[in-house]
Design a protein around this ligand. Structure first.
Ligand code: SF4
Length: 411
């Protein structure tokens, strides 16, 4: 009889990850619906040796590291004559021990391998686990928020965008074409989360506005059901207009993560963001300010062919639009992206880590220097206009967070 172990294998040092942490929950949902015996474990390497593996016929590993050396300790306990090892996630680990690789959210391959009913669209009615899993906080870089009352969920996957730095998995892999969950199921989930005390919801969609009609319908449902939650999500700068921003505000949207990427229209055009993207960045920033929705601009430094002038244009765009926060990334494209393939990005790069290579028209250390300098200048501007007080309040408005931060108890 088939008995599957879904193992989320966590390590503190992670690779660049383009997958929201629900892929294994989704697989679990499909197996349960088909009455296939399975269990999901969320573990760190140090705990993995306590796992008894002999009962499982299949082991599906999702790892954000794929450090094969670390995995070996675990793999030694597998009897390959009786057990099948599969990998999942964004990338296929280059190793013979994995019999199959199922890309994140690849419902089709999962059905084929496990001989599951093919005509049902499982994603539509899928609901991520409602209970809180504290381990998720390690996948996001703020361990001190471990006991915060926020919770991640997802309303759908995929994006119609054509950004050349974006994972191929989103643009043309199993997450394309886009898929939406059923709105009734999402509302049921939000109500259940609220009852459990989660009052801050993060929609970890690739792009919440991938299907505008669906997004508006969902927002209206959040309003009409008087959920009274706060929530945030990802958006493109060209997907918001004033009417939608008013609706967002009314529904409790209190923060937006916007892929601004660059302040140079040349770079934005080259990277597939669109010919008027810069104009949209300015327009959207103005509207969000008007309606008092704070936003973070996600930007990248070190695009291919970027000049120092382009680099500074990014900083001036930040100064002009005055986002609540900024997140600067070094340009390290996903290996399955258009740029990743073109530039020969390999498996062993870590997300955000210093990457002593550049594709721009200036040396890597200029990018790294500007990375620090822009953060410092941004912080200085925030300090001058006292905006930093708002930032402190935004993150640390819970006395328990403060205590943990001050006294070092991060349990
Ligand atoms: S808008 Fe975001 S999710 Fe969509 S293709 Fe571009 S980077 Fe990817």
């Amino acid at each position: 009889m088939v008995n599957i172990l879904l193992l989320r294998f966590n390590t503190l040092k992670i690779r660049r990850n383009a997958v929201p942490p629900f892929n294994l929950d989704f697989f679990l949902y499909i197996f349960k619906k088909n009455k296939i015996q399975c269990i999901l474990k969320d573990m760190f390497l140090k705990d993995i040796n306590n796992l008894i593996l002999s009962d499982f016929t299949h082991i599906i590993i999702e790892s954000y590291s794929y450090n094969i050396k670390e995995l070996y300790k675990f793999i030694n306990n597998i009897d390959f004559k009786k057990q099948i090892l599969l990998s999942t996630g964004n990338y296929k680990p280059d190793h013979y021990i994995f019999k199959y690789h199922i890309s994140a959210f690849d419902e089709k391959s999962l059905k084929k391998i496990f001989n599951i009913k093919k005509h049902i669209n499982y994603f539509k009615n899928f609901t991520p686990k409602i209970s809180h899993s504290s381990n998720y906080s390690f996948l996001y870089p703020m361990p001190f928020l471990k006991k915060a009352t926020w919770k991640y969920t997802i309303s759908g996957i995929g994006c119609p965008g054509k950004c050349k730095f974006c994972s191929g998995n989103i643009r043309k892999g199993p997450r394309a074409p886009i898929k939406n969950r059923n709105i009734k199921t999402i509302i049921y989930e939000l109500k259940a989360l609220k009852e459990k005390g989660f009052n801050y919801i993060v929609f970890d969609d690739d792009n919440f506005f991938r299907d505008k009609e669906f997004a508006i319908d969902l927002i209206n449902n959040i309003i009409n059901n008087e959920l009274n939650i706060k929530w945030n999500t990802h958006a493109r700068a060209d997907s918001l207009d004033e009417e939608l921003i008013i609706l967002l505000k009314k529904s409790g949207c209190c923060f937006l993560r916007i892929g601004a990427e660059s302040g140079s229209q040349k770079i934005l055009t080259q990277s597939g963001k669109g010919k008027n993207y810069l104009q949209n960045i300015f327009k959207t920033a103005k509207l969000l300010k008007k309606h008092k929705i704070p936003f973070i601009f996600l930007t990248m430094l070190g695009f291919p062919d970027e000049t120092i002038k382009d680099l500074w244009k990014t900083f001036f765009m930040i100064v002009k639009t005055r986002p609540f926060l900024i997140q600067l990334h070094n340009f390290v494209p996903y290996e399955d992206s258009y740029y990743g393939k073109k530039l020969g990005i390999n498996h062993n790069l870590f997300h955000y880590s210093s990457f002593k290579k550049t594709f721009s028209k200036y040396p890597w250390w200029v990018r790294d220097f500007c990375h620090i300098l822009f953060y410092l200048l941004f912080g200085f501007i925030k300090f001058l206009n006292l905006d930093f007080l708002k930032i402190i309040f935004f993150y640390f408005n819970n006395i328990n967070h403060f205590k943990r931060l001050l006294f070092g108890n991060r349990e």
